[in-house]
Design a protein around this ligand. Sequence first.
Ligand code: PDD
Length: 285
Amino acid sequence: MRIVYLNGDYVPKSAAKISVFDRGLLFSDAVYEVISVIDGRLIDMERHVARLERSLGELSINAFADWLAVSQQLVSDNGLQEGLVYLQVSRGVMDERDYRWPAPDTPPTIFAFAQERVLIANPMADSGMRIITRPDLRWQRCDIKTTQLLYASLMKMEAVAAGVDDVWMTRDDLVTEGTSQNAYIITRDGILISHQLDRAILPGVTRIEMLAQAKSLGLTVEERAFSIDEAKDAAEAFISSSTLLVMPVVEIDGHRIGDGRPGERTGKIRQNYLAAVQDGHSTKN
Ligand code: PDD
């Protein structure tokens, strides 16, 4: 039986009910985290908790829970070996629909669930992803991990309609990030370019460890936005996220990247990233 967490209780999925007056439902007044689970262990949990607390702080949502204990309990109750834990916190339930926030002592709605997913043996690591670009029409606080995901969802459907794997979004012809991943290129001079951390992108948890691994492989990292043309001309391209880890990109807007196969350095970064999170940087159950 699938067990989920809701406001302090671990209950069967069918028993978890949320009010129609929840601000998460009516205003997307909610933040979330997706934590990968490999071999039954939560990966980089401390960094996910730090980002969750930052998102909550930016929106003045008062919510406290033992995020690690909740996540561990879900992994164990559901016998999860590989996949993810999803945690969501909304500002809570209003008496009436109102744009203005309820009193600060309104209890938040906190829920979480575990979900199976193949992470390590994802065949896309061998085939690479095909990407199209589209304008980034999201709001200007993409550094906060809110549940306002409708634009990202529309873009995923554009990718499906175009027969490709995902979309990289652009502002003024500069790539911000993927619909649900951070985006990178390795130039022909061997420089790894990663968008700087600002309000245009989500500060990816995977990005932190991935960049550390890239540096230890001897790559120079430049933190700045890159253009679509630079991306098309790159030697390699890839993405990072908790659900895809590090994944090569082999085509952008119909242009092959490099020789059209997953890049060698990208492959090494993925391998070293996996080794690092599996032994040192993951939080054990
Ligand atoms: N998304 N950028 C965006 C817009 C994202 O939604 C995500 C993650 C990332 C990568 O962040 P991280 O490395 O911390 O997973 C970048 C999650 C996986 C999701 O929405 O499912």
